[in-house]
Structure formats: structure tokens, C-alpha cells
Ligand binder design. Structure first.
Ligand code: HSE
Length: 436
């Protein structure tokens, strides 16, 4: 039986999962592939710490170039994470004619153009199913299953840590800081937790998703991003009263030749499927012009779920190797040579509904002053909630709006926050309640 040699660089949590999966499902994988996958080398700077698998010690090395320069290895799996030396190792391996499988979303979102171009030039494949949504087959869905569609919209919960925090705040009434500690202890947070909380990890994933959905290059810094650290227990409670749940959503909406792309905490109707994606789960709600709504749900992180996606890419490439083909499906849906830049809508131009929580003094005329400024800026109020407290102390005044332009909202809030009757910065959460 034909053997296909693979090398792994990065033997951490996911790397261990990949080795475990290749071992435990060896028979099934060999049967489905019609060839044997042979893990020939594993490289990591730490090869001595105990791992939860049995491995032949001769496979281990601290020198990644023993894999990169090994001509008998056809597929290199990169699971070391970070920007460097992962980028350099991948580029070197491509030069050596190796096919690549990686879960490195940060690196692909930042250096993707260079890497995909190099791969196409050399005629090698890059699998990155595990980079977005962990085990969820979102990459293959966009690249293959929904390829005939104009993707009208994508709403995604792409970060398990942020979703875990918001779930605990909603279900257990806990505060942000306390839940963050719990999430870190569970081990699916990024090394730097601001990546999870401030939506940076979600931005990496949305950038990759957009490039596949629209066959365009995406500059990470052009995606509007707001994290969840300003969401308080009060907002969670008001959201419930209004019939919503708060989720950190990555949103993409296709307009005429222009894409609206943004990441921020979002209030969504509590009955919607996305509002019920809880704990550290991820989900994608896509609408294709022919397919209609498609919903994908699963573990966005974790050893074995992520390993499942990594090994699926290895098998995919190995199948092509069996047939003697490569670069059969362009890594980002269209050939790199014809890929243009995405046309993103400026955030100022977007229109949506809003939730505002003003910290106002409880005095006659306060509401009319606030609503006057909103009216001047063409912002129409849908609901108002005020819970009375002691006079002259700050009272939360909550308003939701009909659809308004972001530019007008910012202008109005700037003016409102300067009023003497407003004691704190106004909290803004965007509302999406027209989801199918
Ligand atoms: N830190 C990420 C998350 C891990 O919480 O979803 C998977 O990319």
C-alpha cells in the first residue's frame, strides 16, 4: 500500500490531538484514503514534557528544518502558532515543494497574501480548515459546497472564549472579570486574552472567511472591531428585558459590489439559533442567494475537535496526491493571480438598530434633551426604559432605536456625552433583529 509521509511542527495541545487521531483512527483513515499516512517527524522546542500519547522517541526533533528539508515528507502540518518563525518555516517548506496544513489564523490573516501566492506559484496546496471555527467545516463549505452562491450574509460566533464569557454573564449573572478568569483556566483562551475579548481573534477569522466568501484580499485593519469588555451585567439584564441576548458577532453583508464587515457585541432575538449558541461553541449563519440559510455549529477550539479539521485537510491533500494532482481547488476560492481587494463599506455608512444606555441624572427635562439630540440626528427612538433611583444620582436610561446611520449615532452620542446631565460614557450595543 502507498505511504504518504507527513511531518508536524508544533507539538502542543492540538499537535498532540493530531497524533492521537492519526493513531486511534489509523485503520479507518487508511481505508478511506486507500493509502497509509505515516507521521515521519515531529518538531517542537519542547520534546521532553509529558504528552497524553505514546510516541516513538526517534520521531522527535527540536529542529524544524529536519522536516522542511526531508525530501520524503510531502505534507507539513504547522501547529506552532504565532507569526514567526511559523511564517518562515511555511515559506521554506513551500519552496521545498511541500503541501501545508495549518491552523494558524493570525498568521494567515496577516501574511496570507504572501503565503498563498508562494503556494500557488509552486503548485502546492494549503489546508487551513482548522483556522476558523475549529472543527466546523466553514472553509470547505465556502470554498466548495456553496461555491455557486453569492453569499448575501454571514453572521458568526467565531470566538469560544468571548462566547463562554457572555453565556456565563447571561445564565449565571456573573460579572465580566470573574468569568474571564474561569475561561482562562479552561484553556481555550488565546495566549494573550485581549485577542479573545477585544475581537482580534474574531477579526483574524472573519478576514479569512471574507476572503473565501468573496474571493478577495482583505486587510485586517480595515475590519471594524469592538470587543466585549464594556458589556456589563446591567446590559445583559436590559437585553433580556428587551427580548435579546448579547453575542460577539462577526457580521458580513453583501450590498451592491460592496461588503459591510464588522465585529462587535450584538443584541439578537433570544429565539434565534445564534442566540442559543452557548458556552464555548462557535456557529456560522450563512445565506447564499441560491442555498438560502445554512447553519453550522460546533466546537471552535479544543484538542480533538481541532485535530479533526487538521487531519481532514491532510486527507484531502493526500487524496489529490494519490491522483497525482495538486492546486485543484484554489485555497481562497479563486486563483491568487486574479484576486483583487475587497471593497469594504466604511463603518460610518452602515445602518442598523441601536441600544443605548445613558447614565443620566434623574431630573425634569433630561429625556427630552437626549431625545432632542437623537431627533436632530435623524435617529428615531423605538423603546425607552428608565428605572427610577434616588434623585440626582445617575440613573440608567435605556433607549433602542429604529435603523439609523452609524455616522449620525456617533455624532449624537458625542454631543449627548458632553451634556452636564450625562454622568458617564454612553454604552452602545448594536441590534440585529432581522436575522432569518
Ligand atoms: N481562543 C480561540 C477561542 C481558540 O476562544 O475561540 C480557537 O481559535
Amino acid at each position: 500500500m502507498k505511504e504518504i509521509n507527513i511531518g508536524l511542527i508544533g507539538w502542543g495541545n492540538i499537535g498532540t490531538g493530531v497524533v492521537k487521531l492519526l493513531q486511534q483512527n489509523e485503520e479507518l483513515i487508511t481505508k478511506k484514503l486507500g493509502a497509509r499516512l505515516v507521521l515521519k517527524k515531529i518538531a517542537d522546542i519542547d520534546i521532553t514534557s509529558p504528552r497524553a500519547i505514546k510516541i516513538n522517541k526517534n520521531l522527535l526533533t527540536t529542529n524544524a528544518r529536519e522536516i522542511i528539508n526531508d525530501k520524503s515528507i510531502s505534507i507539513m502540518i504547522e501547529l506552532m502558532g504565532g507569526y514567526e518563525p511559523a511564517r518562515t518555516f511555511i515559506l521554506e517548506a513551500i519552496t521545498q515543494g511541500k503541501h501545508i496544513v495549518t491552523a494558524n489564523k493570525a498568521m494567515l490573516a496577516t501574511h496570507g497574501n504572501e503565503i498563498f501566492r508562494a503556494a500557488q506559484k509552486k503548485g502546492v496546496d494549503i489546508g487551513f480548515e482548522a483556522s476558523v471555527g475549529g472543527t466546523i467545516p466553514i472553509i470547505r463549505t465556502l470554498k466548495e459546497s456553496l461555491i455557486a452562491n453569492n453569499i448575501k450574509s454571514i453572521y458568526g460566533i467565531m470566538n469560544g472564549t468571548a462566547n463562554f464569557i457572555l453565556t456565563k454573564m447571561t445564565e449565571e449573572g456573573k460579572d465580566f472579570a470573574a468569568v474571564l478568569k474561569e475561561a482562562q483556566a479552561l484553556g481555550y483562551a488565546e495566549a494573550d486574552p485581549t485577542y479573545d475579548i477585544e475581537g482580534i481573534d474574531t477579526a483574524h477569522k472573519l478576514a479569512i472567511t471574507l476572503s473565501l466568501a468573496y474571493g478577495c484580499k482583505v486587510k485586517l485593519e480595515n475590519i471594524f472591531r469592538e470587543g466585549i469588555s464594556s458589556i456589563s451585567q446591567q446590559d445583559v439584564v436590559f437585553a433580556r428585558e428587551l427580548g435579546y441576548r448579547i453575542k460577539l458577532l462577526a457580521i458580513a453583508i453583501l450590498h451592491d459590489g460592496i461588503v459591510e464587515a464588522r465585529i462587535h457585541p450584538t443584541m439578537i432575538p433570544f429565539k434565534h439559533l445564534l442566540a442559543n449558541v452557548n458556552q464555548n461553541y462557535n456557529a456560522f449563519h450563512l445565506i447564499g442567494d441560491a442555498s438560502g440559510p445554512v447553519f453550522l455549529y460546533g466546537q471552535g477550539a479544543g484538542m480533538m475537535p481541532t485535530a479533526s479539521a487538521v487531519v481532514s485537510d491532510v486527507i484531502d491533500i493526500a487524496r489529490d496526491l494519490q491522483k497525482g494532482v495538486s492546486d485543484r481547488v484554489p485555497p481562497r476560492s479563486v486563483s491568487e493571480s486574479i484576486m483583487g481587494n475587497i471593497n469594504l463599506m466604511p463603518m460610518d455608512e452602515i445602518e442598523t438598530k441601536y441600544y443605548f444606555r445613558f447614565s443620566a441624572v434623574d431630573r425634569p427635562g433630561v429625556l427630552s434633551k437626549i431625545s432632542g439630540i437623537l431627533g436632530e440626528n435623524n435617529i428615531s427612538i423605538a423603546t425607552v426604559i428608565q428605572k427610577a433611583q434616588k434623585e440626582d444620582s445617575a440613573v440608567p436610561v435605556v433607549m433602542t432605536t429604529y435603523k439609523a446611520k452609524e455616522k449620525n449615532v456617533r455624532k449624537a452620542l458625542k454631543k449627548i456625552d458632553k451634556l452636564g446631565i450625562v454622568l458617564d460614557k454612553t454604552i452602545l450595543v448594536r441590534i440585529e433583529d432581522e436575522l432569518i
